[in-house]
Design a protein around this ligand. Structure first.
Ligand SMILES: Cc1cc2nc3c(=O)[nH]c(=O)nc-3n(C[C@H](O)[C@H](O)[C@H](O)COP(=O)(O)OP(=O)(O)OC[C@H]3O[C@@H](n4cnc5c(N)ncnc54)[C@H](O)[C@@H]3O)c2cc1C
Length: 461
């Protein structure tokens, strides 16, 4: 009997279109392994909402593997050390994994390569980050030319099927999923998430099938938070329960405009990973020079700024669209993309708080918290990234709320405002009908705008 092969799983929790499983299964019996590695830098340790989702995803994967008479071996510890020990214990000939791009995973891959026979495969993105480059061979900085080049290169390769597996004669011991302690206990804050999400590849496909029925309206409906108009597959894509290639292939023959726009969103995901591959500190510090501490009010030293940050986190800013978004995030672990932009812009420009505080909050509370996508989008909203400087453009949350027809969305997530009709629900304070239970605005729009522009002028001098 050939020696077994270990498949090291991280954000690639699926059997189909999973090149590591595919390659390992050809060579011998397969031992799938997930290691909860909390040795990553403290600020990059997986957040609470992601841990909750991960529990569901691993549970779904265990069931799927069981259909193939395979077990999922769960362990905790530093991934390279645990894998090194597992190779010895099982006599595995090698380890197969999908290549990851987070700095801590790159380091773990490097450390592991010196210890075991490690084979890395592509498959996290439509194309490997760093591979889509300009005619001159340099990486792209700006999205649209990047997307065009990606579309030109991607080709029609079909996603890989689920391979035929063989099993090892003896399985190594595994921790129980409960031992990973991924779920909240006291208090259990996950009820809203349980209602919102079903993890696993099968659920992802089911979700995508229903999205395909409305994809023709995607271009318009994805902007409307009251409508279920986008795929809502970001956690499944983040944890790799479905691959971007699988989604790409399923819309490739759809001639509608919606499909084109959906492919562009998948390209944003690749773009974010490319930016971080190109600028490894992109998620940690402003790309543009000059956006230093002088611009921001610091919640660590300034009590008012600390109170404003808290009001933002709790959805109590007095701006209904912002509050609805922040409460949706807290309850379900997800926020509508348009509202993410409004809420992020509000933190940075209205409250003049460094985007990294927002990035950190999203990192802890999003079920789709993604190192590259989160950091890149925060820099984009803040105007501190590779795009043109957008600091001077300040999003008006109240008119955005009306424009994107957020009345029902607000009424759903901000129960204090449930009885207000449009248009009052967008700005009850201005309309003179703010219920006592709903907070006043933490700052007026005009005042905030002037303060932000003044601060910006001061650092630009
Ligand atoms: C401040 C801010 C922070 C964000 N943080 C994250 C994050 O941590 N993780 C994350 O997956 N997305 C993040 N996004 C991007 C976007 O909001 C979500 O991907 C999207 O809302 C997910 O919903 P969906 O699956 O219905 O998207 P759809 O509209 O159905 O799009 C399909 C997929 O494309 C990808 N995608 C769409 N928009 C973007 C984008 N702007 N950037 C990168 N990928 C995109 C996602 O994987 C998404 O699931 C952030 C956006 C903002 C403004």
């Amino acid at each position: 009997m050939p020696q077994p092969q270990i498949v090291w799983l991280r954000r690639d929790l699926r059997l189909a279109d999973q090149a590591a499983f595919h390659a390992a299964a050809r060579l011998g019996p397969v031992i799938p392994v997930y290691i909860l590695d909390d040795e990553t830098p403290a600020e990059r340790r997986m957040g609470g909402a992601s841990r909750w989702y991960l529990h569901q995803a691993l549970s779904a994967l265990e069931i799927e593997l069981d259909h193939h008479e395979l077990r999922l071996i769960l362990r905790r510890g530093r991934a390279d050390e645990v894998l090194g020990a597992l190779v010895e214990e099982t006599g595995a000939a090698g380890v197969h994994a999908l290549r990851h791009y987070e700095p801590w995973w790159r380091e773990a891959e490097e450390r592991l390569a010196g210890k075991v026979d490690l084979t890395l495969h592509d498959g996290l993105y439509l194309l490997p980050p760093g591979s889509v480059v300009t005619g001159g061979g340099t990486p792209f900085k700006i999205f649209t030319p990047f997307m065009r080049a990606l579309f030109a290169e991607i080709g029609e390769e079909e996603p890989l099927p689920v391979p035929d597996f063989s099993r090892p004669a003896k399985w190594p011991k595994s921790d129980r999923l409960e031992d990973l302690a991924l779920l909240p206990t006291a208090p259990d804050w996950a009820e809203g998430m349980r209602q919102a999400w079903t993890a696993g590849s099968a659920a992802a496909q089911e979700r995508f099938d229903s999205f395909l029925e409305v994809i023709d309206d995607y271009r318009e409906d994805r902007e409307l938070p009251s409508i279920d108009g986008s795929s809502r597959l970001s956690p499944q894509l983040h944890f790799g329960e479905v691959s971007p290639r699988q989604l790409w292939a399923q819309v490739a023959h759809n001639p509608g405009r919606g499909a084109g726009f959906f492919r562009a969103e998948l390209a944003w995901r690749d773009y974010a990973a490319n930016l971080v591959a190109q600028f490894p500190r992109y998620t940690e510090e402003p790309y543009r020079p000059g956006y230093d501490h002088r611009l921001w009010r610091d919640p660590l030293t300034d009590e008012e700024a600390a109170a404003d940050l808290k009001a933002w986190q709790q959805g109590r800013t007095g701006y209904p669209i912002v509050d609805a978004g922040m409460r949706q995030l807290w309850q379900t672990g997800w926020m509508h993309n348009r509202v993410r932009m409004i809420a992020a812009s509000f933190l940075v420009k209205h409250l003049l708080i460094d985007w990294r505080h927002g990035e950190e909050w999203f990192w802890d509370t999003l079920v789709d918290a993604d190192h590259a996508s989160n950091g890149t989008n925060w820099q984009w909203v803040s105007g501190t990234g590779v795009d043109s400087n957008m600091f001077v453009r300040i999003m008006a949350p109240l008119s955005q709320s009306e424009k994107f027809d957020a009345g029902d969305y607000i009424r759903h997530y901000v129960p204090e405002l449930a009885s207000l009709a449009d248009p009052y629900v967008h700005d009850p304070e201005e309309a003179g009908c703010r219920p006592a239970a709903y907070p006043r605005k933490v700052i007026g729009h005009r005042e905030a705008r002037e303060r932000a522009l003044a601060a910006y002028r001061a650092i630009s001098r």
